[in-house]
Design a protein around this ligand. Structure first.
Ligand SMILES: CC(=O)SCCNC(=O)CCNC(=O)[C@H](O)C(C)(C)COP(=O)(O)OP(=O)(O)OC[C@H]1O[C@@H](n2cnc3c(N)ncnc32)[C@H](O)[C@@H]1OP(=O)(O)O
Ligand SMILES: O=C([O-])CC(=O)C(=O)O
Length: 377
């Protein structure tokens, strides 16, 4: 029987469910959320609008958006014990601290136990507001400062930068963070969203799904890439070193981080907006060399683009965060802040037509054999 079974390792190319949320055309390099091009959303909408679109299925009217935004702002509250937990974990990686704090919220907030659809929406909105607070509070506490209270006058992205830095962000910095969150908001059956669906498939609550998603996002093959790209850029140091770096990586058969994607065979459409951001910000800040190093890596990788190996969304985002003086270990949590609405709606979709996700592994171990008692081994 084992000879006839087709194994889809890594579930490559396997459709496991239908979804009405986002569509990725890997061959053309196109991405839409609910039918709207990522380019239109990145240039014309706000993160709050995109959250509404993803969660409710349609772009909001001005009134609907105001109501949704008010809900998000009102949800910017962390129970005191969460601050204590963050303080106790202050030396941990921010991603571990974030996951731990979200798990603590599940235990501290009784509403998180409700598994009805309205509860998934309400808990999803609350968590979307709380996740940036956790990341900012940890950054403050590990640097010996008190967490900065949220500013109800600021939108989601601007408030995040305010809580992180303790000073009002420029309009340009807030807009760049907003675009970054929009670009990261949703991406189909990526590893973290798929993992969240597996958790919800067991009829667990939304917080459990988000904890799973956070755990899965953390690795360098997924959300950790932006941090690794920044390390790579620092190692390369100067544009003229890029070609030798790429040659060495290819010779060692190691991945060049920030390149490659399970679905895209053309450039990841989200990368364009991040690239523009790095170039502009680098010029404005008198630090164009980061962009030049990145472009030298792209040039050195050009021979492989023919085979579908192109930059992904996280090739450029790390340098943007670096230019904003954000520590490298916050890059994955920033991805998580943006991905919240995507995880929430994927969990809601899974819950709506739920089925236990339980595939098979083909057994390749020993044939049945007699048990040998411990004394006889
Ligand atoms: C937001 C995100 O999560 S985007 C992804 C972020 N991750 C990264 O940037 C890390 C670097 N990239 C990678 O490790 C991979 O491209 C992944 C994990 C993203 C996708 O991996 P897969 O879909 O499994 O691609 P797979 O490993 O099958 O690659 C196909 C071929 O391209 C090569 N390849 C894939 N990515 C890279 C890369 N970054 N650099 C060099 N070669 C690569 C593989 O070696 C393989 O070559 P082969 O057929 O000769 O063996
Ligand atoms: O879709 C994927 O496999 C990874 C990705 O780009 C994302 O989650 O944004």
């Amino acid at each position: 029987m084992s000879d006839n079974v087709k194994i889809n390792r890594g579930l490559k190319g396997v459709y496991f469910e239908r979804s009405g949320v986002s569509d990725i055309d890997g061959a053309r390099g196109e991405l839409t959320y609910r039918g709207y091009s990522i380019h239109d959303l990145a240039t014309q909408s706000s993160f709050e609008e995109v959250c509404y679109l993803l969660i409710h299925g349609e772009l909001p009217t001005a009134e609907e958006l105001a109501g949704f935004d008010a809900r998000l702002r009102a949800a910017r509250v962390l129970p005191d014990p969460v601050h204590d937990i963050i303080a106790a974990c202050r030396d941990g990686h921010p991603m571990d601290v974030l996951r731990t704090a979200v798990s603590a919220l599940a235990a501290l907030e009784p509403a998180s136990r409700d598994t009805g659809e309205d509860a998934f929406v309400a808990n999803g909105i609350r968590l979307t507001a709380q996740v940036p607070m956790i990341v900012a509070a940890h950054q403050a506490l590990r640097n010996g400062r008190d967490p900065v209270a949220p500013d109800p006058a600021l939108g989601h992205a601007a408030n995040w930068l305010w809580m992180l830095k303790g000073e009002p962000p420029s309009e340009a910095a807030a807009r760049l963070a907003d675009v970054d969150f929009i670009l990261h908001a949703e991406h189909g059956a990526n590893a973290s969203s798929f993992a969240a669906r597996v958790t919800i498939g067991t009829e667990a609550n939304l917080h459990a799904g988000i904890v799973t998603a956070l755990s899965t996002l953390a690795g360098p093959a997924h959300g950790g890439a932006a941090e690794d790209v920044m390390k790579m850029v620092r190692e390369i140091g100067r544009p003229e070193n890029a070609a030798a770096y790429v040659r060495a990586k290819r010779a060692a058969k190691e991945p060049v981080t920030g390149f490659g994607h399970r679905v895209y065979r053309r450039e990841d459409p989200r990368a364009r907006h991040m690239r523009d951001g790095v170039r502009q910000l680098g010029e404005e800040m008198g630090a164009p060399e980061w962009y030049e190093i990145l472009q030298a890596v792209v040039e050195a990788m050009a021979p492989y683009a023919r085979h579908g190996l192109n930059v992904n969304v996280d090739f450029y985002s790390g340098v943007i965060y670096q230019l904003h003086d954000i520590p490298m270990d916050l890059y994955v949590p920033i991805f998580a802040i943006g991905r919240m609405p995507g995880w929430v709606i994927q969990c809601i979709e899974q819950r709506r037509s739920n089925i236990l996700i339980r595939p098979l592994t083909l057994y390749t171990g020993p044939d049945p054999r007699a048990y040998v008692p411990l004394a006889a081994r």
